[in-house]
Design a protein around this ligand. Sequence first.
Ligand SMILES: C[S@@+](CC[C@H](N)C(=O)[O-])C[C@H]1O[C@@H](n2cnc3c(N)ncnc32)[C@H](O)[C@@H]1O
Ligand code: SF4
Ligand code: SF4
Length: 280
Amino acid sequence: MFAGKVRKMKSIVRYSDAFVVNIEPTNACNLRCVHCGDDKKRKIGFITPELFEKVSIQCRGKEIRPFMSGEPLMHKGIFDLIKIATKYSSRVVLHTNATLLDEKKANALVESGIQFVSISFDGLTKEEYEGNRKGANFESVSENISRFLKINNKKVHVTVQRIIKKGEPAIGVEKLFDGANVYSVIVRHSWDVRGRVEGCKSHTNYDRYCFFPWNYIPVLWNGDVCLCCADLNGKCIIGDINKDSLEKIWNGPQMVSIRDRMIRGIPIPEICSGCERYNP
Ligand SMILES: C[S@@+](CC[C@H](N)C(=O)[O-])C[C@H]1O[C@@H](n2cnc3c(N)ncnc32)[C@H](O)[C@@H]1O
Ligand code: SF4
Ligand code: SF4
């Protein structure tokens, strides 16, 4: 069975097989969450609308995710960026910590044309939430979320996601908020913890290789294209969208070599060796 899958997962793949492109508005963030994979050592910056559109044009037929690391609502032009994304993609998905989601921004988000919003809220109590999401205020963010859900009135699909520690009961935050479509729970440090946790959406991959290098493309605010959306620190840069097209980068020698090594189970980028999505 494995051999059959490997045959299908060639090193050189059609660009159309990539179905998600993350475009990072900014890596600036107002929080310091305990589980965050960003070591905050990258130069802070904000994507220009021109660069954002240059990437979006190349994303026809793909899902655009205007986030990577950082808090997307810290980009002053975020709603214009979302509107650009919706010109080229029929599925635009945002992840936010909701700290800046005041009434004006809540209205702008609902009206932006976005299809899916995921809100990160990691805690059932003030103590737990503020212990995980360092710098956030439980009452203020709860108010932002409740107001947004009311304004949204199920127009845009909304998930409120809670990350838990391995071993904790998998309880979502539906008791705190009313009006989301889904309340999901995932395991904290899920990118570097292996194993299934009851009731949780774990990312653990039980195949030998990870499918991300075949399907996902992340572009950082400065145009660097990195290996995957778990590479929040941009440690594995594959190309530069200012110089080459996404398609060219996608099937360039570096990506082909990474896929090839992943299929064969031979040394892969350092970042993959500790990641739960790769099981050599
Ligand atoms: C990188 S953040 C960017 C958007 C926004 N700042 C937020 O917190 O929602 C996107 C999602 O990745 C999650 N995340 C960050 N580091 C992670 C890690 N090491 N393991 C699992 N999830 C992680 C965050 O909790 C958040 O839900
Ligand atoms: S998880 Fe999101 S909000 Fe928290 S530090 Fe990382 S980027 Fe910022
Ligand atoms: S195994 Fe590698 S490519 Fe896959 S998600 Fe992990 S770091 Fe990214």
